[in-house]
Design a binder for this molecule. Sequence first.
Ligand code: AKG
Ligand code: FE2
Length: 478
Amino acid sequence: MVPLLQLKEQAVENLSNYSKALENRLKNVELGIKQLEELLEPGDSLKPFKLFKLARHLYFDWKKWFRFLKEQIGSKEILKAQRLRPRMPSVTDYKEALYAIYRLQTTYDLDPAEMSEGLLRGKQYRCKKWSALECLMVGTTYYLDENFENAEIWFKLAQKKYYQHSIPKQFAVLGIPYKFILILLMKSARSSGRYKTALNYAKKGFNLELNTKYWEDQMAQIEALIKNPEVIKPFEPFKYLFKPACRKKYPHVHLKCQYLKASPFLKLAPIKMEKVFLDPPMSIYHDLINEKEISLLKNLSTPYLKRSELYSEYHGVFEDFSNLRTCKTMRLDDTNHPLLEKLNNRIVDATGLSVKDSEKLQISNYGIGGHLYEHQDFTTTTKIDFWNSGNRVITALFYLSDVEQGGDTVFPHLNLKVPAQKGSLMVWYNLLSNGTTDSRVLHASCPVLMGNKWIATKWLREKAQTFIRKCPKDFQNK
Ligand SMILES: O=C(O)CCC(=O)C(=O)O
Ligand SMILES: [Fe+2]
């Protein structure tokens, strides 16, 4: 966010300097006009010395004026604007931000008008209201997803906002005419089978542009559809399980709390454990990492965090941006800092399992709209290397932040939602005690609606637990 603010400042400076250059030029031109006008007042007789003055001006000066007119205005600023371009958000940055909005609205069922004014689930946030342009872009995302009814809601909002502020002028600079909104409104209504509404939009377009062939054709097509309607497939609202699951309110589960004092160390500093699910077994261990350690993890990881890419076993990385996982991640090696070993020991104390051959600690950071769609942590990969240590038997997830709104870890098959709670460790089994995968622990990270989510995840592998893993019954009684 900070670099974006800096970039914004530089863009303002760039345009302001350009504007000053234009202003100076305008002043010069105005001066030139005045000078020329005053050269010969009506009624002046062309005495020879006046004639000479006039001739001199028009001969010499006009050549210079011509050169002045040809000069490019603000060339320094134009060059600066060009240099700023590669530092501006990329198409990937833009897509990521746009889809985040789309995801938040479809997940939490937010009201578009409220959202565009910074009102999120009853809480007003201080932010700039969205203009017609933002509404238009969000609507287009719905449109491309063939969610035409919602697209129309956003386009209507864009239409309403169009005449507010100085938007019409902005639209002209950006090359988006009002007609464009009408076309999108008409197409959305038409694609969702609401032909009469579509016809009304087309009529508005026709009146706006007086007799254009485009609108005439559209009206004729829609009128034909009214007589002979197409069968429209209803929109399938939610392809992803995480969206309805994140929206739902689940009762807070609180099965049992106890202090773990199994080892000599734990006798001194017992761990507060909360069981959240018995079968499959899931527990939360409170206050397992402190504020200072959290800051340290964030500092160690921040320079290396990288946007998650879309990856497939067969194609490798094939897109620099994934709509399934929108967060930044990196891995910390156990040798990075002595804290890593301490955290490993706490996982061992909490779970009674071994961290031998476990994976490097993964740090993830989700910004607003950041999420991870429903998935399993165990793998079915055929890559031999992975299997040397066995499958991911346990996920041990440290919450390194609270999240103001959203960002829960949700288990759709278990009707369980765990809010991010700074300092706690959430542990669940991905495999049954006979080693087969447990599909019940399908889970997702809900989109962050407000705030910033940080987690650190450790996956423990199966082989190291061969003689250790307790059967679920033991785990329950621990
Ligand atoms: O962020 C979360 O709450 C879940 C993360 C997760 O499931 C993962 O990294 O595999
Ligand atoms: Fe996961």
